[in-house]
Write a new protein. Structure first.
Length: 149
């Protein structure tokens, strides 16, 4: 099972990268969550924000597989403990890559290597469109999308 998306964003790679890793960008695109990480390969990361367990709900966590600033970020992902009792057994890989295309940046996201029967596959398929659209809007306008929730 694999999810793959290509988005062309009117912004340079530094702007898109910052939207992927800095609090202002991640909060705008990842439903109010902040990416907490050292970005060192092999080290842990977490997306933390408002949710079922309050303001510090861990939505997604895992391990950094690759981090090449303004080029590539790859992560092993587990859903947060609030979502499934067997969260540590549920896993997928998320890889963001950035490429300059003219005056734009091509952001490619691949979400693959899902554990068999991973219950979040369908939710991920629906959510990535919103997240990537939010990143594009944030980079191009400085504003966030309001999905009415």
């Amino acid at each position: 099972m694999e999810l793959k998306y290509d988005f062309y964003i009117h912004g340079n790679k530094e702007q898109v990268w910052n939207a992927l890793i800095l609090p202002e960008g991640t909060k705008s695109a990842f439903f109010g969550s902040e990416l907490k990480s050292s970005f060192v390969v092999g080290e842990p990361y977490e997306y933390v924000g408002p949710g079922a367990e309050g303001e510090e709900t861990v939505h997604v966590y895992g391990t950094v597989l690759a981090c090449e600033p303004q080029q590539k970020l790859s992560l092993i992902e587990h859903p947060g403990p609030a979502y499934y009792p067997n969260h540590a057994e549920l896993e997928s890989r998320i890889t963001f890559t950035l490429e300059t295309v003219g005056n734009c940046t091509k952001l490619t996201l691949v979400n693959d290597h899902f554990t068999e029967g991973h219950p979040s596959f369908e939710k991920a398929a629906d959510s990535w469109w919103m997240i990537l659209s939010s990143i594009k809007t944030y980079v191009e306008t400085g504003k966030t999308l309001d999905f009415g929730w």
